[in-house]
Design a protein around this ligand. Structure first.
Ligand SMILES: [Zn+2]
Length: 404
């Protein structure tokens, strides 16, 4: 029998969705809410702040004193909704049946499915909310495992916050035995995702009247050569990389997302810039991909410098989110399967903090309510049925005696 979602979990999920924690904003309202709730239960939180102090990670141990702990992790920020076509207020956190009355198929017995709507409902405030709403279960449990709540900032813009959180955890000599990240996987444990490596390339050329091209360095044309290199690499991955079945696209991809340059038709452009990314398979080396681009640019630069010594390329890292690769046999995967009553495991197409936790030596699994199909979309929602499964999962975790 499926359990229904507790009123408090739903209320907490609605409370968090109503807070505007788009990555460009502060997340302190949410962090304060979590900290105050935990403080009311006698649990102290450690906050680690961004440089401008407008954002914070929260780390709290429930069941302190136990020798081993399992991290329950989520990010507090969301993507924005500017320019998206929403039919509901993204901050409304309204619960609505689907299909709505009147839209239900005629004559058929169709059960309406209640959904929670709003930005962050699926990705991934509901998971954090349910963890908080069930905090007493972790505190009062006689399970040998403590649970660490780890709620980060700036995940959506490059997984920046969690690095501070992990560094602080290491400084405090906290050594968790496993980590569960509640990104939306429809409660199916996910054991791998690709990396996301993004860079910006600025090209400096030499300006001239467009009738005097030999005395100039055309920044757009030079940029285009490197763009072409990125494209050739993408073709190379598609044509010859060893496939990793289970991903929507079973090979690494590369893509240029933005290109700017030029001021007039008759001016050889001095400046151009473009941004590109690699999404590497867990079995492929993204750093090597970037080195290949930089080396290619360095060769092109030699000719540029003969015309103008200060011409050339500069590269800037936008984000480097490592890929994640675990196995179905990992104890934390098996525990997640038992708690979610799932035989399956899955691979996901999106980046998460899992690779960062894993590289810190913490076995990790990604498993949370809702679908990535709704994440980042207009009218984002999560079904209350998924949230109920998540609550059952976390309550099961609170009484776990053995993670093997
Ligand atoms: Zn997310």
């Amino acid at each position: 029998m499926s359990q229904t979602l507790s009123a408090r979990s739903l209320e907490f999920a609605q409370t968090l969705v109503r807070m505007n924690t788009v990555s460009s904003n502060s997340n302190l309202e949410l962090i304060d809410f979590a900290r105050d709730h935990l403080a009311g239960l006698g649990v102290r939180s450690r906050l680690t702040y961004s440089a401008d102090k407008k954002k914070a990670n929260l780390f709290a141990t429930l069941g302190a004193g136990k020798p081993n702990g399992i991290i329950v992790s989520g990010h507090t920020d969301t993507v924005p909704w500017d320019g998206q076509d929403w039919t509901v207020d993204p901050l409304s956190a309204m619960v609505q049946d689907w299909p709505q009355e009147g839209l239900r198929a005629d004559g058929e017995v169709e059960r309406a499915e209640p959904r929670l709507y709003g930005r962050g409902s699926a990705d991934m405030k509901s998971f954090i909310a349910i963890a908080l709403a069930n905090a007493e279960h972790f505190i009062e449990s006689d399970s040998p495992y403590a649970v660490h709540f780890a709620f980060s900032y700036d995940e959506e813009v490059g997984c920046f916050g969690v690095r501070e959180l992990i560094a602080d955890m290491k400084e405090q000599l906290v050594k968790p035995v496993a980590c569960i990240i509640g990104e939306p996987t429809n409660m199916v444990p996910a054991i791998a995702h690709k990396g996301v490596y993004r860079y910006k390339c600025c090209v400096r050329g030499k300006e001239a009247h467009s009738s005097l091209t030999p005395q100039s360095v055309n920044a757009i044309e030079m940029a285009a050569r490197v763009v072409n290199k990125v494209r050739d690499m993408a073709d190379g991955f598609e044509n010859s990389e060893r496939r990793y079945e289970g991903f929507d696209v079973p090979f690494s991809t590369a893509s240029v997302g933005q290109f700017h340059g030029g001021i007039a038709d008759n001016v050889v452009p001095r400046d151009a810039e473009f941004r590109y990314e690699f999404r590497n398979l867990p079995t492929a080396d993204a750093a090597a991909m970037q080195r290949e681009v930089v080396a290619y640019a360095a060769r092109a630069e030699e000719a540029m410098k003969r015309v103008a010594p200060d011409a050339g390329f500069t590269f800037e890292t936008i984000c480097e989110v490592p890929s994640f690769l675990s196995t179905a046999n990992e104890p934390i995967t098996k525990l997640a399967q038992r708690l979610s009553k799932e035989q399956r495991t899955t691979l996901v197409a999106f980046g998460t903090e899992a690779g960062i936790f894993k590289s810190a030596g913490i076995p990790t699994v990604v498993c949370g309510p809702g679908s990535i199909m709704q994440a980042h979309q207009p009218d984002e929602f999560v079904t209350l049925a998924q949230l109920a499964r998540c609550e059952q999962f976390l309550q099961g975790l609170s009484i776990t005696r053995d993670i093997r």
